[in-house]
Unconditional design. Structure first.
Ligand code: U87
Length: 279
């Protein structure tokens, strides 16, 4: 479509997956971690803070006895590891994935114990307490995590095969976890549901999906001045998409953001945690 000089639209406002990829060019892992993984959204003294709620959901889902196996894949890890702090005890291999090299590099920095990487210690301590091990066991958990994370792979959930060929055994992963990825990379509901289908092809039949996502969100800041569009979802749409993708929904928890968790980095109103099993 021809456009006159100076009529270029803001790339993030165009439709489509390609425009979404352009929006992610400015993603800033350090700023992103600051926005979402420090207080108030990560305040371990407050049970109504977002991160303790997420960690409690993941702890329960991974420890109630039906989830286990050899391989756990985290879809759209970003620069964060909290998603697998409970799961790393139950699987021999944990694969982290992200679309952006800057995020994969951030993960490698922590795993490689490099100076200046994000400090996940309070998260490790909190999950150890949930496991009844006491916070002092956090170094054991850190060592466990570093021993089981075998790959950090590029992923694109808009591709029918989101991972590089040969990344997983032909039978697929035993469990998938994904947090705030699908709705944050999909321009609309149809794209979200398609991406869920692509991701499901990575999971073996009978395997579990632990899906965390935002409700009612239309944008978030991926860094200073980096506004990323998000498809606003409601609970019914999430459940319908899971069912349409061949999942049995086992558990659904909803968190509504208290006013002081709305810090200006997005317009999310609620968060869902779904535990589902692939038929
Ligand atoms: C996290 N999982 O923080 N295919 O939980 C695959 C892609 C693609 C693509 C981009 C940020 C959104 C979360 C991590 C990271 C999740 N990422 C990658 C954010 C916004 C509300 C909210 C947020 C965070 C991209 C915390 C809280 C709330 C990012 C990742 C999305 N929504 N992956 N085609 N394109 N990505 O590089 O790392 O998705 Cl509390 Cl409420």
């Amino acid at each position: 479509m021809e456009r006159g000089k100076g009529e270029e639209k803001e790339p993030c406002l165009e439709d489509g997956v390609a425009a979404m990829a352009r929006c992610y060019r400015g993603f800033n892992p350090t700023a992103y971690l600051q926005y979402n993984y420090t207080p108030p959204r990560a305040d371990f003294t407050r049970p109504d803070s977002i991160v303790p709620w997420k960690l409690a959901c993941l702890h329960r889902a991974f420890t109630e006895g039906d989830v286990g196996g050899e391989m756990l894949v985290d879809v759209g890890s970003g620069p964060t590891l909290y998603q697998v702090l409970s799961g790393c005890e139950k699987f021999g291999r944990v694969v982290l994935t992200d679309f952006l090299d800057v995020n994969r590099t951030e993960l490698k920095r922590w795993l490689g114990e490099e100076e200046g990487s994000f400090d996940w210690t309070p998260y490790l301590q909190h999950v150890c307490q949930l496991e009844g091990r006491g916070a002092s066991a956090w170094q054991e958990k850190a060592a466990r995590l570093r021993s089981v994370v075998t790959e950090i792979l590029p992923i694109d959930v808009h591709k029918p095969s989101p991972l590089p060929a040969g990344s997983l055994p032909s039978s697929g992963a035993d469990c998938l976890v994904s947090s705030f990825c699908l709705e944050s990379v999909s321009p609309d509901l149809a794209s979200f549901t398609r991406a869920l289908g692509h991701v499901s092809s990575l999971l073996r039949p009978g395997g579990h999906l632990l899906l965390i996502g935002a409700l009612g969100e239309s944008y978030y800041m991926g860094g200073p001045g980096v506004r990323i569009p998000v498809v606003p979802l409601d609970e019914a749409q999430v459940c319908d998409s899971l069912r349409a993708s061949g999942y049995t929904l086992l558990h659904l928890s909803i968190y509504t953001l208290p006013p002081d968790m709305r810090v200006g980095v997005d317009d999310v109103t609620g968060i869902f945690f779904a535990k589902a099993r692939k038929a």
